[in-house]
Design a protein around this ligand. Sequence first.
Ligand code: HEM
Length: 400
Amino acid sequence: MKGESVAYPMFEDNGLTVDQRYKEIQKQGLLKVKLPYGEPCWLATRYADVRTVYGDRRFGRVLGLNRDAPGVWPGALAKNPTLLLNMDPPEHTRLRRLTAETFSPRRIERMAGWVQRLVDELLDDMVAQGKPADFVSVFSSNLPVRVLLRILGVPETEAGEFRSMVDRATALDADAQTREEAQQRTVAHIKGLIAERRARHRDDLLSELVDARDQGDRLSEEELISLCMALWHGGFKTTLWQLGKTVYTLLIHPQHWQELLANQELLPAALEELWRWIPSFKYGVPFVRWASEDVELSDGTLVRAGEPVLPEITVANRDESAFPHGWELDFHRVDPPTHLTLAYGPHYCMGAHLAHLQIKLTVQTLLRRFPTLALAVPQNQVLWSKSTFMRSIEALPLTW
Ligand code: HEM
């Protein structure tokens, strides 16, 4: 990639802020950037371009396995070719098929009963603790981990151990050795769970995957372990953080909260709008895509074969050519296009429906049980984490 590139990240965004200077960058089209690690790459901020980069077969992940991948942090994703996120179709499709049924909208909707009971139970804990209560430690740190353990078929007594392994394996401020050790412990733990299923079959996702390995030979042992790791890492903290940001966003927009209290039919559109508007990642995303042939993007720039592109989901989600007045939170959009928060195309988030269900049941229940819900501290005193690659709230004191 020839020519000057701009040092990225260009702006220091905190909390929910997104720098307005991105509007101009988006107008210009693709920008050549250099991240702190790896080779230079293109930054895509337009909705149409980010969709192309995620959805067009001419962009993939495998090409990057032997390259110096751009990243804001070192080694954002190990170069393990058996990781789902490091695969392209058709290998990728084969693995996705194995879990497609478990994570399908129909199967996830059938979980609504027990997920609702968990939501109620955790909100009872919040009431028992008394006001003000920290929503993160009482509720959001517990719901996704318990949901995921139940789906995988792991006893709830392991929730603490599970949480601490994921914490250490993903902490950006931990040294490489601590992260590596935590990864190895997670792998050892997963191997133990797989061995248990081999000794005694159960009615859970893990047993289904072990069967696919042992009886159908539809995935290798490494792929089986990697798939469990992907669910482990992808399914817990992401939802934890999204829950906190969703509640926070509603509470700092009291007129929107009131609107939902008055008209719950607005909820489905409101939830999609919250997914679109709330920024997930701090900078771009950790996983660039590599062009396998020359591709022209919307501003006429030719991305050459072999060049990497970084999709900027947050900015693309505000592109006014796709979402009129896209920088505003508006629950009354008419037939908006699909937002890109959970990506698009073959790597579209595997847990999308599960995350949707948890957010929906939580917001619905909060509206019903806690109509006077409010932040218990001024907005600027809410603590945001510095050590996570996604934007996340560390503590969210609430009153009602
Ligand atoms: C707020 C919640 C979530 C967010 C914002 C989120 C975001 C994303 C994004 C952006 C991707 C695409 C990454 C890329 O291709 O570069 C992705 C993929 C993935 N997500 Fe999620 N996710 C969430 C919840 C979940 C849950 C609950 C699970 C599992 C139960 C999950 C499992 C995965 C997996 C396994 C992939 C890789 C899919 C593939 O490579 O084919 N995620 N997620």
